[in-house]
Write a protein that binds this ligand. Sequence first.
Ligand code: T46
Length: 157
Amino acid sequence: MSADGGVFNPKSYLKAKSIIIMNYKLIEMQVHGDRRGKLISLEGLKNVPFEIKRIYYMFDTLPNESRGFHAHKELEQIIIAMDGACRFILDDGQKRESVLLNRPDVGLYIGKNMWREMHDFSYGCKLVVLASEYYDEKEYIRNYDDFLKSIKDGDNK
Ligand code: T46
């Protein structure tokens, strides 16, 4: 029996599980625009789904240099390409998806336990990142086999 009292259905269970694990989404932000230009406001626990504890940004990136190659145990983030573009690879241990980030009015939300890689930076690309936690190197999983093991062992629960 499933938790809701229904008969256990392995197909719907697997579908639900994969939705939960592939823990990212693109968020379109509200743009306040007039003849002077455009403005976007980001507020913790309002249009950002967590309290913002840290902001960092990347600039002077190079097209032939990739970044990332890690997952986070607890961290949630929203990443915005303020200028230029880059391609994210997001991997939940079962499948990998590619997301192009190239608009300042679209944020990429990444939840916990998602392997991320950043590739194909355009010249002058600037990424700003809102994070739910202070920087803590112990919170990173920087080895892909360790990441797969943590998913398998259910460390992500
Ligand atoms: C992520 C992706 C999208 C700090 O001292 N404080 C910080 O807040 C951060 C983020 C980094 N650092 C130091 C740690 C390293 O010595 O800056 C150096 C570069 O960091 P890292 O190699 O982790 O950078 P990326 O671009 O591979 O990954 C970063 C974030 O670390 C990571 O959380 O999700 O951007």
